[in-house]
Ligand binder design. Structure first.
Ligand code: GLN
Length: 275
């Protein structure tokens, strides 16, 4: 079998061309960005070992497994994170939240930051990379997720303090920024079928999808410095509800930002001590 035939076989399984190209390069142990190589070698015969690896990868992709789990890593905000089924795959949407956090932290010399439900460590590690002097903490209730995040931190040489626990439980002192991409999909949401390979606990949060966000908003004020910010990612139709909860909790400067698709994807607010 040659390169063209292998890609045609993947197309026959319903795999998108770009995914098939990445999977083939991975199976051939070549750089996954080197799609030019595939074009230049379209009639090259594939060694049988590569053919088997490609067939196995295609079967997984055709079954709906995220590409990132199959190749074992995902780029997020300029860093390469190792990921597997223990953690949610970092999404480009979440870069909106990181960009916002970077704007807010620019004014601080040595900000204190915490990422709640860190998963692969994506938000915490992107912020530590942007602000080497920041003191960055990250929590997750899943020991398995923390193992992934800790390995990413070690590999990237980024010093983040990880703690197993629910949201802010057990964290000491006050933060200049609390950031979180919590689970926010409603139980029974039709969308979940397509996400079945990812950890349910990282996706689903109660009947309306807002349980985790509600808990974080309730905990945040006693853990924020005066003038500190809370930034939350949420579902495509949840921005008005999240703004409402933040206003009800007496936060100021409540605002939402749009993701790459133009959808209000994260909402943030500032905590100001009264009096
Ligand atoms: N953005 C994910 C999705 O709907 C959900 C992530 C989350 O629940 N935090 O595909």
């Amino acid at each position: 079998m040659n390169v063209t035939q292998a890609l045609a076989q993947a197309a026959g399984l319903g795999i998108e061309r770009l995914d098939a190209q990445v999977l083939l390069l991975h199976a051939l142990r070549r750089s996954e960005t080197d799609r030019g190589w595939l074009l230049a070698h379209d009639t090259d015969a594939i060694p049988s070992e590569g053919e088997h690896a490609f067939a196995a990868a295609c079967a997984r992709r055709a079954d709906g497994e995220p590409l990132a789990y199959i190749v074992g890593h995902k780029e997020f905000h300029g860093i390469d994170l190792k990921v597997d089924a223990r953690v949610l795959v970092p999404r480009p949407d979440t870069e909106t939240l990181v960009d916002w956090a970077i704007e807010l932290l620019a004014a601080h010399e040595e900000p204190r930051v915490i990422d709640l439900g860190t998963g692969s460590g994506a938000i915490a590690l992107a912020l530590k990379k942007a602000f080497p002097k920041a003191r960055v903490e990250a929590s997750d209730v899943s020991a398995e997720a923390l193992a992934v995040a800790q390995a990413n931190a070690a590999r990237l040489g980024l010093d983040v303090e990880f703690r197993q626990g629910s949201w802010l439980d057990g964290s000491q002192g006050r933060f200049d920024l609390i950031a979180s991409n919590p689970p926010y999909v409603a139980e029974g949401d039709a969308h979940l079928a397509a996400l079945r390979h990812e950890p349910r606990s990282a996706l689903v949060s109660g009947a309306g999808g807002l349980d985790a966000i509600r808990q974080v908003i309730a905990q945040a004020p006693s853990h924020l410095a005066d003038g500190g910010w809370l930034l939350l990612e949420h579902g495509h139709d949840q921005a008005p509800a999240v703004r409402g909860m933040l206003q009800a909790a007496a936060f100021g400067y409540v605002a939402s930002r749009r993701d790459l698709a133009g959808i209000e994807r994260c909402t943030g607010a500032k905590w100001l001590e009264l009096g």
